[in-house]
Design a binder for this molecule. Structure first.
Ligand code: SF4
Ligand code: SF4
Length: 332
């Protein structure tokens, strides 16, 4: 499949899908290792090819304010435009399309057939590796998903240019975007990418009115400084609103990082800082009592209790508003 976003030049192509803007010589791939210059055309080498295909709880994405308790067909492929030293899915994100044995090859209509085979499934999530690098396949599926009346969810690092993002948002209903910290230096060292485009993506999604939740993996010594963390929270409050859902996730050593796991007390400290400004903050990857429950941001009533991926809805109307005070909390 020919890529949608690129420019042809005399001896190379320039990919315009993400802020890396790779110049790719004949026979080479970009930083993501899956978009390749073949005979002067940029090809999306993973169209139709999947590394993973599962019905997951929506809470696993994580999305906590979007169809809680439901499942979603979750697709992953290979490649990524970041090189995070802490990547939990490095086996699929840091390989090239050429060196990977794909477990499934599916046309978009076959994905739809699977998605509609279970009545409790709400739609399709593009996740596991970075879906931006399989933009065309995702967009082709998303169009059909919308046509079926189902939902599209993108779980992403947010490192995508504005034009492709706007195109995706025609069909995408909900996003979980990783915000890995709040300094350019951290982004450069940890991911090989930069922060500013991710912040721009967050603002565009908010402006477009799509459902948005943010995940921040807290890594000791890298992004857990309370001062910088507070700046990030103030930015979220100012630019995206105090009702923005934020997931603080516990880091465990993996891939190229062998720093010890995030202590529970650090997560609690950052939770308190975030909770001063934001109404819906959660702590994940660790069981700390009450930090996964949803309380109404207006009256404080508990509206969802969670235990792992088990969900108990309380004090909620069918429209996702608080039974006690009418505050809008959940998207059903
Ligand atoms: S999507 Fe891949 S090839 Fe295109 S600019 Fe980004 S990293 Fe480079
Ligand atoms: S953006 Fe996500 S998938 Fe890509 S390297 Fe980082 S953690 Fe892994």
């Amino acid at each position: 499949m020919e890529a949608q976003f690129y420019e042809k030049n005399e001896d190379h192509v320039s990919c315009t899908l993400c802020p890396h803007h790779c110049s790719i010589a004949l026979g080479e791939t970009g930083i993501c290792r899956v978009r390749r210059n073949e005979n002067g055309k940029l090809m999306a080498g993973t169209w139709g090819k999947l590394s993973a295909l599962n019905f997951d709880p929506i809470e696993k994405k994580p999305l906590y304010h979007y169809h809680p308790g439901k499942i979603i067909l979750s697709l992953g492929s290979v490649g990524c435009n970041m090189k995070c030293k802490c990547c939990q899915n490095w086996q699929i994100s840091q390989v090239s399309a050429a060196e990977y044995s794909f477990s499934h090859t599916l046309f978009p209509m076959e994905v739809i057939k699977l998605a509609t085979s279970r009545s409790e499934n709400i739609g399709v999530a593009y996740t596991y590796n970075e879906p931006t690098v399989w933009f065309e396949y995702m967009n082709d599926i998303a169009r059909l998903v919308r046509f079926e009346g189902l939902k599209n969810v993108m779980v992403s690092n947010g490192y995508i240019n504005e034009d492709p993002l706007l195109e995706l948002m025609r069909y995408m209903d909900a996003f979980n975007i990783d915000l890995k910290g709040f300094s350019e230096d951290l982004y450069r060292k940890l991911t090989g990418a930069s922060l500013a485009p991710v912040l721009h993506t967050l603002k565009l999604i908010r402006k477009a009115g799509r459902h948005l939740e943010i995940t921040c993996l807290i890594i000791p010594g890298m992004n857990d400084d309370p001062g910088t963390f507070r700046e990030m929270i103030l930015w979220i409050e100012r630019e995206l609103g105090a009702n923005t859902v934020l997931h603080l996730s516990r880091y465990h050593p993996t891939y190229k990082l062998d720093i010890e796991s995030t202590p529970a007390r650090k997560l609690e400290e950052l939770y308190r800082i975030a909770n001063e400004k934001l109404s819906y903050v959660y702590v994940g990857n660790i069981q700390i009592r009450d930090y996964q429950d949803t309380r109404c941001g207006k009256c404080g009533a508990t509206v969802i209790r969670r235990m792992g991926y088990q969900v108990e809805l309380k004090n909620l109307t069918g429209q996702g508003t608080c039974l006690q005070c009418g505050n809008a909390i959940i998207n059903f």
